[in-house]
Design a protein around this ligand. Sequence first.
Ligand code: XMP
Length: 319
Amino acid sequence: DWTMAEFRKTKIAEIREQVGDGKVICGLSGGVDSAVAAVLIHEAIGDQLTCVFVDHGLMRLGEAEQVVGLFRNHYNISLIHKDVSSLFLGGLAGVTDPEAKRKFIGKTFIDVFEEEARGIGGAQFLAQGTLYPDVIESVSFTGGPSVTIKSHHNVGGLPERMNMKLVEPLRELFKDEVRELGRELGLPEIFVGRHPFPGPGLAIRIPGEVTRERCDVLRKADQIYLEEIRNAGLYDAIWQAFAVLLPVRTVGVMGDGRTYDNVCALRAVTSTDGMTADIYPFDASFLSRVATRIINEVKGINRVVYDYTSKPPGTIEWE
Ligand code: XMP
């Protein structure tokens, strides 16, 4: 019978067999999948692995520091942390179309990644935390005709261009199994249990133009929302929860004054693989507590709404 301990052993042998004494490069996104893939590969081939964290400045609060700390200090994995937030935010200036954002971020990510890969003297292998649902979803989407709903952010195209072979040790796994493997590999619970986060980051949670200022506003609201969810003991019951900063200003009143500020939408869904999702039915008292905190503590937001849309017909992310 099948256990994660055996899976770990088998995969390590497979990785060693595939890679030989070659070099592997792995892009870290800050998410669970790429982290688990990297730690597993590191266990198999040690310092033949170099990780690259292209920091686009579109992460949640404190997340970039967490990733770097975990890899460098806890695992002693060779990691290049490339802070390119100005490059990303500069390129996103004036961009409002969701697909244009995704395409710009995907392309820029690949450019930076490629430069770093060349910098380490070239690698024969590219490691990715591709999961089983990614394999399926890239073939067809929710059973419908082959229509691209959203262009997904990964390093597609790069392996061919750089003549690299793929190492994808998680291809047979679902998200919950990846989490189990992560625990087996000793990744901290805060990392393993973390909600999925999209490659394009906060850019697709800020409909309209993305600016550093809007990212900062969103990060604060998101942080409060997640903190309240953790305090209420609900974090693990939810697949994904996040705030969205809308490009809409509404009138409000605070003290004796009129306010005219942004609307923040809160999203929380349950799901097993992200392909379908149901909204999480919070108590009204929970939502009003979060709304009150966000409006009181985050300058720039004066109204909070809750998104009641399941997937389908909605998608989980707003863009
Ligand atoms: P949607 O919004 O398509 O999202 O319902 C389904 C799941 O995928 C995540 N997502 C992404 N993940 N790169 C990723 O790595 C992307 O470009 C991307 N877009 C969406 C989303 O957060 C949800 O978990």
